[in-house]
Design a protein around this ligand. Structure first.
Ligand code: SAH
Length: 359
């Protein structure tokens, strides 16, 4: 019964201070210094809890790498340029990008690798994967610590891990949803004192999510891009327009779990609200492109041809692996539609393959 080490700590905190907001709970679950989900483990791959696009196939990172180099050219080939990744996981995506970048010496010379990662466990993994001679990597706790200047920024499945707040519609008000303890000392959702002043009307019991951490980070990134130049590419699952409804979810061992069940031992995320991110970026003076479904983005940039080339005269087993990976990345019922890609640039830059306007 919520009896993880973090569960015990959170129960003590709630007993002492009263119920906590969903965003506090999420921040503890993912980032607690001793027992947080990302702090304590490498969650990726078949033996872990979930698999991300760069872990599915090198093709993902190769296409994204080629896109970034094109975005660098379109923004005037700045030198130096910070190649920033938020939440690099196992370092696989950055390794695939650097392999592509090695073929463009001007870009490779200009780029310094800047990783924003809070988990000591994953930092170590990233150092093992990227720590080849000649590769200079710097780690940062937060985006604000990345040295100034033009940047090319990547965030794959990062924004979904930022804490969200939830509100419940009660009568004519939106009240903050909190997590407390029931009579048997189990975690339970409840209604807190906080109110949302200007929420939309909705049926009683509806849930509304706000993402202040994501919006603030987007504002900071967009300001940097407007001031110093560069581009950001955000890839994540979520809706083009979020609306009302709950998207908080927990995943453990490749299956959905109860977010209150085993704090610190399941990944807790929420869908990304791309419309809110675009609003934040535009309010800071930047231009946004997309969101475009991941499948469409990868196909427009030639992932099928890339798969063909890799298949070359490989044996049937390898060809099968490539076909399965391609399907997983682009098929509508797999990652092709739920995952979306959005770019942020200075106004007046139009990176392919984004058409003007938003889906
Ligand atoms: N981009 C990788 C990993 C995605 S999982 C991939 O696609 O495989 C989320 C990553 O973000 C992990 O590396 C996690 O440790 C990191 N992370 C989560 N919250 C963070 C935060 N607030 N600041 C910095 N890194 C964070």
């Amino acid at each position: 019964m919520n009896d993880t080490p973090l569960g015990q700590k959170l129960r003590r905190l709630i007993a002492a201070n009263g119920p906590m907001s969903v965003s506090e709970y999420m921040a503890h679950c993912l980032g607690d210094a001793a027992h947080g989900y990302y702090t304590t483990r490498d969650p990726f791959g078949a033996g872990g809890d979930f698999t991300t696009a760069p872990e599915v196939s090198q093709m993902f990172g190769e296409i994204v790498g080629a896109w970034l180099i094109e975005a660098w050219r379109l923004s005037g080939s700045p030198d130096p340029v910070a190649l920033v990744e938020l939440g690099p996981g196992r370092g696989t995506l950055m390794a695939d990008i650097l392999r592509v970048a090695a073929r463009v010496p001007g870009f490779r010379r200009a780029a310094s690798v800047q990783l924003v990662e809070t988990s000591p466990t994953l930092r170590k993994h990233q150092a093992d994967v990227l720590g080849a001679p000649g590769i200079d990597v710097q780690w940062h706790e937060a985006f604000g610590d990345v040295p100034g200047g033009p940047l090319l920024l990547l965030a794959n499945e990062f924004f979904d891990a930022l804490p969200i707040r939830q509100f419940v519609r009660i009568g004519a008000t939106w009240r903050e949803r909190v997590i407390g303890l029931d009579d048997e000392e189990r975690f339970a959702f409840g209604i807190g004192a906080g109110r949302l002043d200007h929420g939309p009307a909705a049926p009683n019991g509806s849930i509304l999510e706000l993402r202040p951490a994501a919006d603030a980070l987007m504002t900071e990134m967009a300001r940097r891009i407007v001031e110093h130049g560069g581009t950001a590419l955000i890839v994540d699952y979520g809706h083009a327009d979020a609306g009302i409804g709950e998207t908080l979810q927990a995943v453990a061992r490749h299956a959905y779990a109860d977010p209150l069940e085993a704090p610190g031992e399941a990944d807790i995320t929420a869908h990304v609200d791309f419309a809110a991110l675009a609003r934040a970026a535009e309010a800071a003076g930047a231009a946004t492109h997309g969101p475009m479904p991941q499948g469409e983005f990868l196909v427009a940039l030639g992932i099928a041809a890339r798969a063909e080339r890799l298949a070359g005269d490989a044996n049937e087993a390898t060809r099968h692996t490539l076909r399965t990976a391609l399907e997983r990345l682009i098929a509508p019922h797999q990652m092709g539609i739920l995952f979306k890609v959005m770019a942020v640039t200075r106004p007046g830059v139009a990176p392919p393959p984004f058409a003007f306007g938003r889906i």
